[in-house]
Design a protein around this ligand. Structure first.
Ligand code: SF4
Length: 283
């Protein structure tokens, strides 16, 4: 028996199986974890594949597949040599500008950015990679300023908080990656909507790097967690891929809809009145 094996067996006998943690994070992992820790466990620790879902009525592709297709189409268009797909017509003028800047060597596309737990830049596949993000486009405006661009398919309305936070993370990462930058803008291009819906926020280095503590705190909760309790509720479970399959705790929106129906509400009221009457009798 090798001393290495013996040492490992001794460790296990003494401390049991080491607790598993989710070692790295991205913005979407963080949202999953904060919405429901159990979902994060199924997805990132147990790696339970998401089951196939039926297409929504009247649709020919799922929203996330469409999002991937439109992102790829935008990337290829900026690189040059392909036509613009109809889904990106609203942003033709903007994409043409980025294409010219790309030709001039001022734009990086689909950048894979990774940081270690001390926010030092590291390689995407490094063991030390703690935080990862992919930026759709990053523009070096000049030596001291830049633009982070994120394409968004789907709705702007209702996603304002989520997208603002995502932008805060991206600009923080850009300031850390490029120490010469003094200012940055983060832009969300809502490609399904008119171009006046473009959302842009500007940051100075001082404003932008203030977010480091906030994201470190949130991310450390994720990367140090060893318990992953479910958080069943209408909001979290509604779009969860594990509802009605890998997760036994989920709340079906059908049940919630039913709970709100006039019939159920009436039955509940009747029951409550009956219970009250019962208590009155007992008193
Ligand atoms: S169905 Fe609900 S409780 Fe279950 S993993 Fe998904 S979000 Fe969590």
């Amino acid at each position: 028996m090798s001393s290495e094996w013996y040492g490992g067996a001794y460790f296990l006998a003494l401390f049991g199986t080491p607790l598993k943690t989710i070692k790295s994070w991205s913005f979407s992992r963080l949202l999953d974890f904060e919405a429901c820790k159990y979902r994060a466990k199924l997805k990132y620790l147990d790696r339970v594949p998401e089951p196939d879902r039926p297409l929504p009525p009247g649709k020919t592709e799922h929203a996330n597949d469409r999002g991937t297709r439109v992102h790829t189409a935008a990337e290829l268009y900026v690189q040059g040599g392909v036509e613009l797909v109809p889904e990106l017509y609203n942003y033709k003028v903007h994409l043409d500008t980025i294409r010219d800047l790309y030709k001039a060597g001022r734009v990086s596309l689909e950048g894979e950015w990774a940081f270690d737990a001390q926010w030092n830049v590291t390689a995407w596949k490094s063991y030390s990679a703690w935080c990862r993000m992919k930026l759709d486009a990053f523009v070096n405006v000049d030596d001291v300023s830049g633009r982070v661009i994120d394409y968004k398919t789907g709705r702007k309305h209702g996603n304002e908080v989520k997208h603002t936070e995502q932008g805060q993370l991206y600009q923080l990462a850009a300031f850390l990656k490029y120490p010469q930058l003094e200012s940055l803008s983060v832009e969300f291009w809502y490609t399904d909507q008119p171009v006046d819906q473009l959302y842009s926020v500007s940051y100075t280095r001082e404003q932008g790097t203030r977010y480091i503590d906030k994201f470190t705190r949130r991310a450390e909760q994720l990367t140090t967690a060893t318990e992953f309790p479910p958080n069943p509720n209408a909001h979290s479970c509604r779009w969860c891929p594990y509802l009605n399959n890998a997760c036994e705790f989920g709340v079906s929106s059908d049940i919630l809809k039913a709970a709100k129906s006039p019939f159920i509400q009436k039955t509940k009221r009747k029951k409550a009145t009956g219970m009250a009457a019962l208590f009155e009798k007992r008193e």
